[in-house]
Design a binder for this molecule. Structure first.
Ligand SMILES: Nc1ncnc2c1ncn2[C@@H]1O[C@H](COP(=O)(O)OP(=O)(O)O)[C@@H](O)[C@H]1O
Ligand SMILES: [Mg+2]
Length: 369
């Protein structure tokens, strides 16, 4: 459970500290009052990354050199005072004229690698962007798969990190081969092995999650997921060898993965139930229900893997959903610590709101906390 968080020179925050009661915390504030910045800080403590930028330095307040986010996390059941301190420091690479590390992770003051830092605080985030998972481009669906698996699996985090680096190197070699017309086989061997080894592991774990999704009961909306994997292997790389040199990029592997979801239609006269891709045939409402179901399965997956519920974070999603959808979400907020942001408290029924810890954000207050 997240007990407190403090922000220093993080996005719009100069200095601020917040304590959480446990249960559900709701942040109410107008647009640009720093709600998503606040959520981004929690997500950073959970995963070591931002969910909205690949450029970490964007999280440092304008005109500052260093951002610091700290949190205290602890077991909600134990009143033993067992508390872990998490800290992320981001710099622009220069502190007082000296070069500094861009990103630093600390657990109880001890420096850690990102792969080991993540998992001290697990959180499942639901943001408006997620509502586009089904209809948007494959990259958003891959991002979804990564965010689920990186939460629970150190091996997966290591594989993604190694794969990304190896892919970059391999693409540079391919680009070079494209320009010169010569492919230096010796140079390729090392990177080929790395992308194959790590790529295979990523594929396997993604497949496990898709299977989990298909095997679990779905009481909100029933669908079946199809993993459209881009298999990487020695043989496949051989097969695409010439095309890769022609294009200058790696053409197969999990960076080209996708998945689709299909709903079941009532049996036809032949007695055969048919499935239809929700992206193309689902109504907006059915697409939303599918996302809600998918997010709940994500929570369940994390719980199954780690043996405890992650913190649920809902960033400004109520304005995007209708009453029925909101009701479905409110039914699950009591199952774990939940942090909600919203512009209008009216989205939440008064008797539900009564039981929540309320934080009011304003455009001015965030500067000082
Ligand atoms: N690095 C930064 N330094 C200072 N302010 C920032 C930085 N990045 C974003 N902001 C500011 O944060 C505000 C947006 O905050 P946000 O958390 O997205 O608001 P909302 O409450 O609508 O979710 C904007 O005014 C934006 O200019
Ligand atoms: Mg926002």
């Amino acid at each position: 459970m997240l007990k407190s968080i403090s922000l220093q020179n993080f996005r719009s925050y100069k200095k601020a500290e917040f304590n959480f009661s446990g249960g559900t915390t709701i942040v109410i504030g107008p647009n640009t009052s720093g709600k998503t910045n606040f959520i981004e800080a929690i997500f950073l403590l959970s995963t070591g990354k931002s969910f909205r930028t690949d450029k970490d330095t964007q999280m440092i307040s304008f005109r500052e050199d260093l951002a610091r986010v700290k949190a205290r996390v602890g077991d909600p059941s134990a009143n033993s005072g067992q508390v872990t301190e998490l800290e992320v420091i981001i710099t622009n690479g220069q502190i007082g004229g000296k070069t500094s590390q861009y990103k630093k992770f600390l657990v109880n003051g001890v420096s850690k690698r990102r792969v080991d830092f993540a998992e001290n605080l697990t959180a499942v985030l639901f943001s408006p962007e997620d509502l586009e998972i089904i209809v948007d481009s494959p990259s958003l669906r891959r991002k979804f798969l990564d965010s689920v698996l990186e939460q629970v699996d150190r091996e997966y985090r290591l594989a993604v990190s190694a794969y990304t680096k190896a892919l970059r190197q391999r693409n540079a070699l391919l680009e070079n081969a494209r320009e010169t017309g010569v492919r230096n086989e010796k140079q390729f061997e090392y990177w080929d092995n790395l992308v194959i080894e790590n790529g295979e592991l990523i594929t396997k774990k993604r497949e496990e999650f898709i299977n989990f999704v298909n095997n679990e009961a779905k009481d909100i909306f029933d669908f079946v997921a199809f993993y459209d994997k881009s298999v990487i292997s020695k043989q496949r790389l051989l097969q695409y060898k010439e095309a890769e040199v022609a294009s200058g990029v790696t053409l197969v592997g999990p960076h080209r993965d996708d998945f689709s979801v299909s709903m079941f239609n009532p049996s036809t006269s032949s007695g055969q139930a048919t499935t239809h891709d929700i992206k193309f045939y689902g109504s907006r409402g059915q697409q939303r229900l599918t996302i809600l179901q998918l997010k709940m399965l994500e929570l369940l997956f994390v719980e199954k893997k780690l043996g405890q519920r992650p913190v649920l974070i809902l960033d400004d999603i109520f304005s995007e959903l209708d009453e029925g959808h909101i009701k479905l979400i409110l039914e699950m907020i009591n199952l774990q610590q939940t942090i909600i942001t919203t512009t209008h408290k009216e989205f939440i029924p008064a008797n539900v709101l009564n039981k929540m810890q309320v934080l009011h954000f304003s455009k001015e207050q965030q500067k000082t906390g």
